[in-house]
Design a protein around this ligand. Structure first.
Ligand SMILES: [Zn+2]
Length: 568
């Protein structure tokens, strides 16, 4: 009887123990299938070649330093460590070449000799812990006992213990991307050392699992992310790392919101290859991240699979001039889904939420007319005064722009001076200005109506009233998007505006004003912008001329109750 009891307890212990190292995302028995997949799938082969080439470049780069160049963040160094460790550890596991192992050890030695990982800005700790946890885990079989002990001590002292030491860990509530990044990074650190300090690891894992689940609310109710596309990749990547870790040990029921947010990202990227860079996202080509490949593979959504493979082909394929230097490339490649059969995709989509958004396109070609427009609120994390603002692509380029973020180190950029900076004001966005004033900083989220279609015309209306609180009785912007022929009509209704009403837009085209028509020219293409009410405001406008019928036409109608001429 006693023997039987011991036997049962032993079974229980084995079932609860973490698997042997390496156990983070790439266990030993997954290496050979990964090599086979990389050889068989042309896109995986290109990504693998790029990862090895970037690992080669790391061999001669400097090691990570305790350097806080902007006086506030170690983060660039933490990210340097993630990149070097992931690339070199991946290259070593794929090729077995000692030079990659040695370079990775050099990076781990440097990071673990730091006095701390800069816990006053905890993202720095989270990303450095990610680098050291994955490096320690992937290299574990060949590390010496001394190396293992040093890396374990750093993960515990600079990582897990630093959480408890801080009183300013506001991110431990589900607040914004910090909560996802910090909880994800701490989970990797805890899993790496759970055999060494099981109590600390267990309590960290339990807390961070709960926090990660709580962060799912960011994507509710329809998949839009409040902090813009750049933070979608950052926050969602760490959220996905946490989910992939949880799923290793127990089945994970995936909430339908994850498929919806993949759909959101698909629609939020224009045919120029640039996303709608609302919030503090900078203009540029769409990023690629392991969040996309993991979610596409995990949901099996053929639209997401096709989209991410097309994106990776464009960014990393043979014709790509400058492949991204992304620190997570090995994980993006690891979770790359196999090609899926093509599936029909809707042309238009809208997403409710704290930052409500709608997207319209004339077709799915690279030359399509595409519009991204938003309601929402400046009060969202990383929010701008961009209620009613839009970006627009045509003929493969972006014509109407969002300028993106400003310098995070400007005084009170995240505090009470935030909206004193031009790039964050409605004065720099493609929306209305009433009486020269700013939008309401803490406006209630401006909602938009679900998209309605009538023939080839799709429409939505954004209620902007709260964004202009005290500046008018009511404000709304209606979108009517005609797919064929491509034409967009924006109609602004403003009731009793207090002061002059200005319709404005940021463009990088040559603009010619002719009465009620503005002609925008760029790269041999032309957009015709017609003001239906009352006329363009300009200096001595030349006589009107006929619009070019082969170009898409944007029509703007402003209907203030008092007559104030709109200005461009
Ligand atoms: Zn903006």
């Amino acid at each position: 009887m006693r023997v039987l009891l011991v036997f049962i307890l032993s079974l229980g212990f084995l079932a609860a123990a973490a698997p042997a190292h390496p156990r983070l995302f790439l266990p030993p028995d997954a290496v050979a299938p990964l090599k086979q997949r990389n050889a068989a799938d042309p896109l995986a082969k290109q990504l693998d070649a790029c990862a090895i080439s970037q690992a080669d470049a790391c061999l001669t780069e400097r090691k990570v330093r305790y350097e806080i160049a902007d006086g506030k963040r170690l983060l660039p160094e933490s990210r340097r460590a993630v990149r070097c460790v992931l690339l070199c550890a991946y290259a070593w596991r794929m090729t077995g070449e000692a030079r990659y192992f040695e370079r990775c050890v050099g990076e781990l030695d440097a990071a673990c000799a730091f006095k701390d990982w800069h816990p006053s800005h905890f993202l720095d700790v989270a990303e450095m812990a990610t680098a050291v946890a994955i490096g320690y885990d992937w290299l574990y079989p060949k590390l010496s006992p001394d190396q293992r002990q040093r890396y374990e001590a750093a993960l515990i002292t600079n990582g897990l213990a630093a959480v408890a030491d801080r009183k300013d860990n506001w991110w431990q509530g589900a607040t914004n991307n910090w909560s996802q990044v910090c909880s994800g990074g701490m989970m990797l650190a805890a899993d790496a050392v759970c055999d060494v300090d099981p109590d600390l690891a267990k309590s960290t894992l339990a807390h961070c699992r709960h926090l990660t689940h709580s962060c799912e609310r960011f994507y509710q109710p329809e998949g839009a992310y409040p902090e813009g596309p750049a933070y979608w990749h950052f926050g969602t990547t760490y959220h996905v790392l946490a989910m992939a870790l949880m799923e290793r040990d127990e089945p994970l029921k995936l909430d339908p919101i994850w498929k919806m947010t993949g759909n959101f990202l698909l629609h939020a990227t224009g045919p120029s290859g640039m996303p709608f860079n609302y919030a503090d996202a900078n203009p540029g080509q769409a990023e690629c991240s392991p969040a996309q490949t993991w979610l596409a593979a995990r949901t099996g959504d053929p639209l997401a699979i096709t989209a991410v493979r097309a994106l990776l082909t464009r960014r990393y394929g043979g014709s790509a001039k400058h492949p991204p230097n992304d620190r997570f490339l090995p994980l993006t490649l690891l979770w790359l889904p196999a090609a899926a059969p093509a599936a029909a995709t809707a042309l238009h989509a809208s997403f409710q939420g704290e930052q409500s958004l709608a997207f319209f396109r004339s077709d799915w070609s690279a030359n399509a007319l595409w519009l991204g427009i938003k309601g929402g609120t400046p009060a969202a994390s990383h929010g701008h005064m961009d209620c009613g603002s839009f970006v627009l692509d045509w003929a493969g380029s972006r014509w109407f722009h969002d300028l993106g973020s400003d310098d995070y180190n400007l005084p009170a950029y995240f505090g009470n001076k935030r909206f004193s900076y031009f790039r964050l004001q409605n004065l720099s966005h493609n929306t209305l200005v009433i009486g020269g004033k700013l939008q309401t900083p803490k406006a209630k989220p401006c909602p938009l109506t679900p998209i309605q279609t009538a023939g080839s015309i799709a429409s939505t209306t954004i209620d902007l009233t709260d964004a202009y609180r005290g500046q008018c009785g009511q404000a709304s912007r209606k979108v009517e998007f005609n797919s064929q022929p491509p034409q967009l009509t924006l109609t602004d209704h403003v009731l009793a505006p207090v002061g002059a009403l200005r319709w404005q837009a940021i463009v990088d085209a040559k603009v010619t004003l002719a009465g009620a028509v503005a002609t925008l020219e760029k790269d041999g293409h032309r957009l015709i912008l017609t003001c239906a009410s009352p006329t363009w405001y300009g200096k001595s406008p030349p006589p009107p001329r006929r619009a070019q019928r082969k170009s898409p036409i944007l029509t703007n109608k402003s209907f203030p109750s008092k007559r104030h001429p709109p200005r461009t």
